[in-house]
Ligand binder design. Structure first.
Ligand code: SF4
Length: 468
């Protein structure tokens, strides 16, 4: 994004503070544009005025240019975004769109295999730090080079509802398949077929991968397609092993550095890497899977926006999706879980009510300590903006008022016959104020949830004398 201050954006906004964008003021909206939590199009008055006034239309155009990401954002299918990055290193801001993971099927696979592979992509779900990690799409490869056969498989695969990459260097195969799928990514235009592929992309308004190991050729192809407003993805060709892999890595780094540091608008496109290339190696299956996983991991870290893979083995997918989740976690926002009330180990009306914060690490530690202790309980999860107990008590995110509000919202009083709340030891200083606010007796639990089991054994049900 060229712009560095919200003031530069504010100057081009209507400045009426009408609130239609969901923010109280135009300046607040400008600040959210800057951190990409809002879009220019959310200012409806500006968009409407631009339809009637040339001057406003120019302002809108300028705003869009100023706030466009450094790397183009390309959409595949209905709404899968790739690219759109601003920085080379996550700690400089954040990365926005996680590497999209596509798994192949080919038009010479039998129906059962195609169905099994598509189902696996659709159904894959791994719970990790409060959310589900999933796979993104299916890449259909034309191996037969027969347009009818390819189109038939594309039609079948599109029934699974996932974004699709169409893989064929034969423009006739691509043309035919486009009748059966909405907004796929076309793979690939190269030195030989680019004229035909450009015609197809323009006519169907679909994004295209341009492919070449020669970076001058890659840039030239990208510039040509961009001139006709075709969204472009770059494939600098993935060589799977040895010196070839090293060269691939160097090409990817060079492209991204030139795009961001060199402000080269011809190649500021998302990058595709194809770990599936490992399957072309002369090696046994285990070695191919190993290299595919290594290549995918390497380029999730630097700078693949989309990948084509083959292995659907858990030992390939699990490390890749976990690594991707960590690389693409926003360092500006603590990892959080949903606030609310959780029932642990089938609690009843006599079970203790405990409270913790919605910082993911705190929550999962407390939840798992409680689960493994075998004790049952009602666990209130307070929205502290993802901060831990000690910090949120000190910073004013863990307050008696907020606890009262959470208890009212979750109606926890209706679930138990007692009126005791167990707070973390690190929130001990709130004990008195909390009792005044909520009208319950507040018990101070251990500072470390690892000691919850012993603490509950000693202190629950409450006796007259409560030991802290
Ligand atoms: S909708 Fe536009 S004019 Fe209204 S407050 Fe938001 S930015 Fe300002």
């Amino acid at each position: 994004m060229k712009v560095k201050s919200p003031l530069e954006i504010y100057k081009l906004l209507p400045q009426t503070n009408c609130g239609e964008c969901g923010f109280d003021t135009c300046m607040s909206f400008a600040a959210h544009i800057l951190d990409r939590s809002a879009k220019i199009e959310d200012c409806k008055p500006l968009v409407e005025q631009a339809k009637k006034s040339k001057k406003v239309a120019e302002k809108l155009k300028k705003l869009k240019e100023m706030t466009a990401p450094e790397i183009d954002e390309v959409i595949i299918g209905k709404d899968l975004k790739i690219g759109g990055e601003e920085v080379l290193h996550r700690h400089e801001l954040t990365f926005f769109n996680p590497t999209a993971l596509f798994f192949d099927v080919s038009d010479i696979m039998d129906e059962k295999t195609i169905d099994e592979r598509c189902s696996r992509v659709v159904e894959y779900k791994k719970f990790y730090v409060g959310r589900y990690l999933t796979l993104d799409g299916i890449a259909v490869r034309s191996v037969s080079n027969n347009p009818d056969k390819f189109a038939e498989v594309v039609k079948k695969v599109s029934g699974y509802g996932k974004p699709i990459v169409l893989i064929s260097l034969n423009p006739d195969c691509i043309k035919k398949a486009l009748d059966f799928v909405t907004n796929p990514l076309i793979y690939a235009a190269n030195e030989e077929n680019w004229k035909e592929m450009l015609k197809i992309a323009k006519k169907n308004k679909v994004p295209v991968v341009v492919r070449s190991k020669d970076l001058d050729m890659l840039k030239s192809l990208a510039a040509t397609f961009k001139k006709y407003e075709v969204p472009v993805v770059l494939d600098p060709v993935t060589e799977p092993a040895g010196r070839g892999l090293q060269k691939t890595f160097e090409r990817v780094i060079q492209i991204r550095r030139t795009a961001i540091l060199g402000q080269d608008k011809d190649i500021n496109c998302p990058i595709m890497v194809t770990p599936i290339s490992a399957w072309a190696m002369k090696a046994d299956e285990i070695a191919k899977i190993y290299w595919e996983t290594v290549i995918a991991s390497l380029f999730i870290v630097k700078y693949a926006d989309i990948m084509i893979l083959h292995s659907l083995e858990p030992h390939t997918i699990m490390p890749i999706v976990t690594l991707r989740a960590n690389i693409y976690t926003d360092p500006r926002t603590p990892v959080q879980v949903e606030p609310g009330l959780r029932a642990i180990n089938n609690p009843d009306r006599n079970s203790p009510v405990l409270i913790t914060t919605n910082f993911a690490l705190t929550y999962y530690t407390v939840e798992s300590d409680l689960q493994s202790s075998g004790a049952s309980g009602w666990l209130l999860v307070l929205d502290t903006g993802g901060l831990g107990v000690e910090v949120s008590v000190a910073g004013g995110q863990f307050t008696p008022e907020k606890v009262k509000q959470l208890m009212e919202e979750t109606k926890v009083a209706e679930k138990v016959d007692h009126r005791y709340l167990v707070i973390p030891g690190l929130a001990a200083r709130l004990q008195g104020a909390l009792e005044d606010e909520i009208g319950w007796k507040v018990l101070v639990g251990p500072t470390d949830s690892g000691r919850l089991k012993a603490w509950l054994e000693e202190n629950w049900p409450p006796k007259k004398e409560i030991k802290n």
